[in-house]
Design a protein around this ligand. Structure first.
Ligand SMILES: Cc1c2[nH]c(c1CCC(=O)O)Cc1[nH]c(c(CCC(=O)O)c1C)Cc1[nH]c(c(CCC(=O)O)c1C)Cc1[nH]c(c(C)c1CCC(=O)O)C2
Length: 368
């Protein structure tokens, strides 16, 4: 597959991620390819979830579905995959029925011996790289292509819990009973993520996002102790490896959902990422005040507003716009998004309305 890709026609996302002013805010939506789209459900009816991930033509198809449906309204595509392909690459079995479940979670530090000692990402995750390369061609330069991985803390939690959790009993047992073993496992996961993310850029990803969906389960102290160091390691090492490989650097985004204490925000902003993705429990104005001008911000409408109909969506976009932008100025270092993934019950036409409202209200000169 040729690595000479079609020229990019819309670089709003990349400019905003670098903190620049843009004529309007670029917009994309976490989980934009997925179950709220009937065309995704049609593919899903014919194929298992991980089969779609592992089949580059299918992964490309579902990645492109929202780009086609919302033609001209989305400013990025995100490759269809899942954060749990990394635990799979490390040797763990993961099922999707309908949520993720691990038949053999890591109950104690002794179980770490069951993981693959050396993970060859080209061998284990080459199918994601192939999907990225094909999709980058399939996009024909319309919008940039985002690659991603889970953050080590969120992946660790899945690997020891064996699935989702309300209490995080097992993950917290690990952290507080075996802190050193926990840190070692977190860094081991981080090193796999580094190789995986570098491989994604080599394959065609133009921006990388690291999802720490469960960061908010930790105290500020434990976030700083356990979650942030491996996330920081990822940013540092990815940049080093790209430079060493002569591969142009790409912007990096960290989504540490719920890590919203001022000290956590300040620390996350200093972790080596270009953009922080924030959830809806933060006011963007306050977040900017806390983190200063050094990082771009992404977010942050409550995904639940998409259930509220057009008037509610429009009003929430207006408030979001006013919160992210200086009065009268152009958007600067702001990527419009939801504060977490879009949910399966959303009407795709309400998603369209959200995108249209962002275009309208974030355009320079428009009144918020
Ligand atoms: C925690 C997490 C997971 N996966 C992901 C996260 C981090 C972001 C977040 O917090 O939402 C990330 C993810 N998962 C998926 C993408 C694809 C790209 C996109 O459209 O954003 C991305 C970026 C597809 C998916 N991943 C999953 C689906 C639905 C599975 C199906 O089709 O049956 C999709 C489209 C399954 C999945 N995968 C995961 C869960 C908890 C579930 C089940 C619940 C759910 O549906 O969201 C783990």
């Amino acid at each position: 597959m040729s690595q000479s890709f079609p020229p990019l026609k819309n670089d709003l996302l990349l400019r905003a991620a670098r903190g620049e002013e843009t004529e309007r805010a670029p917009v994309w939506v976490m989980r934009q390819a997925g179950r709220y789209l009937p065309e995704f459900r049609a593919v899903r009816a014919e194929h298992e979830f991980f089969e779609i991930c592992r089949t580059p033509a299918l992964a490309m198809e579902v990645t492109l579905q929202p780009i086609r449906r919302y033609s001209g309204l989305l400013d990025a595509a995100i490759i269809f995959s899942d954060i749990l392909v990394v635990p799979q690459a490390m040797g763990m079995e993961v099922l999707m029925n309908p949520g993720p479940s691990f038949p053999h979670p890591l109950d104690t530090p002794a179980d770490v011996a069951k993981l693959r000692e050396h993970v060859d990402v080209n061998k284990e995750l080459g199918y994601v790289f192939e999907a990225l390369t094909q999709t980058r061609h399939g996009l024909e330069g319309q919008v940039p292509l985002i690659g991603f991985s889970g953050a080590p803390w969120t992946l660790f939690a899945y690997m020891v819990e064996g699935g989702g959790s309300k209490t995080f009993q097992k993950a917290k047992t690990w952290l507080f009973k075996w802190p050193e073993e926990s840190k070692a496992l977190l860094m081991r996961i981080a090193d796999v993520c580094v190789d995986y993310l570098v491989g994604q850029v080599r394959a065609g990803a133009q921006l990388l996002q690291v999802f720490d969906s469960w960061a908010g389960e930790l105290t500020p102290h434990d976030f700083a102790t356990f979650a942030l160091p491996p996330a920081e390691h990822i940013a540092t090492r990815v940049r080093e490896k790209l430079r060493a490989g002569g591969i142009p650097e790409v912007p990096l985004t960290l989504f540490a959902k719920g890590a919203n204490s001022p000290s956590s925000l300040i620390a996350a902003a200093a972790a080596g990422y270009d953009t922080l993705s924030i959830d809806w429990t933060l006011n963007a104005h306050e977040a900017r005040w806390i983190v200063g001008p050094g990082v771009a911000l992404q977010g942050n409408m409550d995904p639940g507003v998409l259930y509220g109909g057009r008037d509610a969506i429009e009003a929430a976009v207006q408030r979001m716009n006013a919160s992210f932008r200086k009065e009268g100025g152009k958007p600067k270092g702001w990527i419009a998004n939801l504060g977490h993934g879009i949910t399966p019950g959303v009407d795709p036409e309400d998603m369209r309305w959200f995108l249209e409202c962002v275009h309208k209200y974030s355009a320079a000169g428009s009144d918020s």
